[in-house]
Design a binder for this molecule. Structure first.
Ligand SMILES: [Fe+2]
Ligand SMILES: [Fe+2]
Length: 163
């Protein structure tokens, strides 16, 4: 019989999943910045690449709080989302719709992160991990702000240009 698994196990496994995802995202954002034609979008991707380095550091702090080594566990969801983003970069390269496509890929990434950090924060609260809650919340706030900014960039210029 398999040993009983608890919320602690689920928390650690999910932490490894988002750790893997963030490490993929930090490699992808500079490519998206390079591909973007709107200067505002480019700057936004560059800024979020820097913030993402901070997300990785916060996750490492949480592993440390748990007394566990920081390990990544392959996250198929983020690989799929990034793969779709790459297809858009290839298929829409040089077109007026490229930036709108980049925003849509980036928002899929942000929403994945928001889902993960929201869940982890809830679990950390239930597990009484106050320090982890604060770290997860700080990152969650930056993901939400990035998503909002992407919506603003899209509606202010990117979508009109693509239409
Ligand atoms: Fe992140
Ligand atoms: Fe993000």
């Amino acid at each position: 019989m398999a040993a009983e698994k608890t919320l602690d196990d689920l928390f650690l496994d999910t932490l490894k999943d988002i750790y893997y995802a963030e490490k993929q995202i930090v490699k992808t954002l500079p490519k998206m910045a390079k591909a973007a034609t709107s200067p505002e979008l480019k700057a936004g991707f560059e800024q979020h690449a820097e913030e993402t380095e901070g997300h990785i550091e916060r996750l490492e702090q949480i592993f440390e709080l748990l007394g566990k080594p920081a390990r990544a566990k392959t996250c198929d969801a983020i690989l799929g989302i990034i793969e779709e983003g790459k297809s858009i970069m290839d298929e829409y390269k040089g077109t007026v719709a490229l930036d709108a496509g980049l925003v849509s890929s980036a928002q899929a990434v942000e929403h994945y992160e928001m889902a993960r950090y929201g869940t982890l924060k809830t679990w950390a609260t239930q597990l009484g991990m106050t320090d982890a809650v604060a770290l997860l919340d700080a990152t969650l706030k930056e993901e939400i702000a990035t998503d909002k900014k992407l919506s603003q960039v899209a509606t202010s210029n990117v979508n009109q240009k693509a239409a």
